[in-house]
Design a protein around this ligand. Sequence first.
Ligand code: HXC
Length: 257
Amino acid sequence: ENLTTIVLETFGAVARITLNRPQQLNALNDVLMDELGATLTSLDADPAIAAIIITGSEKAFAAGADIKVMATLDFETAYTQNFITRNWDTIRTIRKPIIAAVAGFALGGGCELALACDTIVAADNAQFGQPEIKLGIIPGAGGTQRLTRAIGKAKAMDMILTGRMMGAAEAEQSGLVARVVPFAELNDTAMRMANTIASYGRLSALMAKEAVNVAEEQSLSDGLLFERRGFHSLFATSDQKEGMAAFIEKRKANFKA
Ligand code: HXC
């Protein structure tokens, strides 16, 4: 409730979480990750919420894990405390769609946080990067895995081995981000996307997210079977009856929450 490193706002069925450590370019520390994890968990359980946006400032989505904290970390502590992984696993358990609205720097853990969301909308000033190699480490929250799946091996190796940043245009062209808009339109674009998602049946959105995520984890046959079973099961819902009746009656569907 007393959030100190993030801001939570709700707009109807859409919740927006703004990372808020401006002095540190939203560097991710334990407090922030704990607040983020707890907030996402409670939004996921809140029947009034249908979609979630995570955003930062114009200058930075997040400039990575807090280097001042990591500087004194040793192997034993990192390993025994499972350093910084705890709420990354929480993010994976969230079933509602999460949009990352990224402006400015999304570096290291910041890029990984955006990648852990379901889709990314970027402002034209966005800069993505995995600069861990410059600090003598490697990405630790999915960078080598999710970035590779998102943009392919050659570009992922390029970014992770050289530590270079990727601008918004290249990120869109590479499939890292879904849409690029001028910074002034970032918030509206993310809100419109989230409201569109929220206007549909909740079951379809949850099921769609679950099925797309299976594509990253399982074989094609397993994924196709998962999809088909989900598809079949949605014919048991009132949303399917309403969605199809509305089409035939040439009116807007009125989905139940
Ligand atoms: C702690 C950070 C920080 C970070 C920026 N700051 N990034 N503090 N951890 N990751 C702080 C700076 O120390 C500075 O505070 C203030 O934010 C403003 O940053 P500047 O460097 O003055 O801004 P600028 O010159 O505009 O440069 C922006 C920047 C640069 C290019 C983003 O700050 C930068 O390179 N940051 C580090 C990026 C990085 O290496 N990230 C990966 C971390 S490793 P003061 O008080 O000094 O003014 C990682 C591992 C993930 O993320 C593991 C799993 C989660």
